[in-house]
Design a protein around this ligand. Structure first.
Ligand code: GDP
Ligand code: MG
Length: 292
């Protein structure tokens, strides 16, 4: 009997969840950024090797809810925990051994799925120090960046998966539509080029995606919260948005594997992060009523 199931990667912001997902799936799916909180959606990647298939969820960081966007992120992460067959609890090895997941995430009880605790960024820890840390509790060291320890981690996850036929066709790497990733690549580019000026106020929506045209035609809108942010994104005589468009187009071209015409727009949607309607429009699940 083959093994298959849902693997939820969970951990604090910036511990390397997106990098690990990209490493496991073998293609750039989840955006990575030196700034925390860049992942705000449940991204599903799929790895099928031999007798095991892992459907992987990349959760947003389990944060203390402070404003609606972060509450929505927390709810999404908690749901991903409920759905999991295996939980990969990722922590930063340079910060030592993490507290148990239920403590770190303030969970009322332990999740039902087995938890594999993984210390990432092993490349940034001296080997001597690593050997002193007891690993008998099943804690694994990996480097999502270099790939060190990843085959062992994959084996361990496969062991923990339930017996099940594959859940998706073997050659599929993701269940998310391509335009979702296109929007993510545009948002990543904005964060890279303008992170200090427009932190977390950016959402991107692909409003038109025409495969029958050559080059492939994509119209995407960058949403910001204030006129001043719109002005920054456009830049003097449109110089900034041209720079954004060019860099984003190159990433999209290498992702979709063809020439792309990227038609990039900026719109102001005041306070979208505080507005449940806007949050769900951009794919976040706003928190309504009692929180879990
Ligand atoms: P996330 O917020 O948990 O999704 O973290 P990211 O995957 O976006 O990574 C956050 C930062 O840590 C980025 O700058 C990554 O390049 C870096 N990073 C991720 N994995 C490793 C690793 O194994 N070693 C080192 N040295 N850095 C890493
Ligand atoms: Mg991430």
């Amino acid at each position: 009997m083959p093994k298959a199931g849902i693997v939820t990667v969970v951990g604090k912001p910036n511990v390397g969840k997106s990098t690990l997902l990209n490493r496991i799936v073998g293609q750039k799916l989840s955006i990575t950024s030196p700034k925390p909180q860049s992942t705000r959606d449940r991204i599903v990647g799929i790895n099928s090797t031999g007798e095991a298939q892992m459907v992987i969820l990349d959760t947003p960081g389990l944060l203390n809810p402070r404003y609606p966007l972060q509450q929505a992120m927390r709810q999404t992460a908690l749901r991903a925990l409920d759905d999991a067959d295996v939980i990969v609890y990722l922590a930063d090895a340079t910060e030592g051994t993490p507290p148990p997941l239920n403590v770190a995430a303030e969970l009322p009880s332990l999740p039902r799925a087995p938890i594999v605790t993984v210390l990432n960024k092993s490349d940034a820890v001296p080997t001597a120090r690593r050997e002193m840390t007891p690993t008998d509790a099943g804690v694994m060291y990996v480097s999502a960046l270099t790939g060190d320890g990843i085959p062992e981690l994959m084996q361990r996850i496969a062991q923990e998966l339930p017996d099940s036929p594959f859940l998706y066709p073997e050659d599929e790497i993701s269940t998310q539509p391509v335009r979702f990733f296109v929007a993510e690549l545009v948002r990543e580019t904005v964060l890279e080029q303008l992170h200090d000026e427009v932190p977390y106020s950016v959402a991107v929506q692909v409003e038109e995606y025409r495969e029958e045209r050559s080059p492939l035609y994509i119209r995407a809108v960058i949403y910001v919260e204030r006129d001043s942010q719109k002005a920054i994104i456009i830049g003097s005589k449109g110089a900034q948005i041209r720079r954004l468009g060019e860099a984003a187009r190159k990433k999209i071209e290498s992702f979709v594997g063809s020439k792309v015409y990227l038609d990039l727009w900026v719109k102001v949607l005041a306070n979208w992060r505080k507005n449940p309607g806007s949050l769900s429009r951009f794919g976040y699940q706003p928190v309504t009523g009692k929180s879990k």
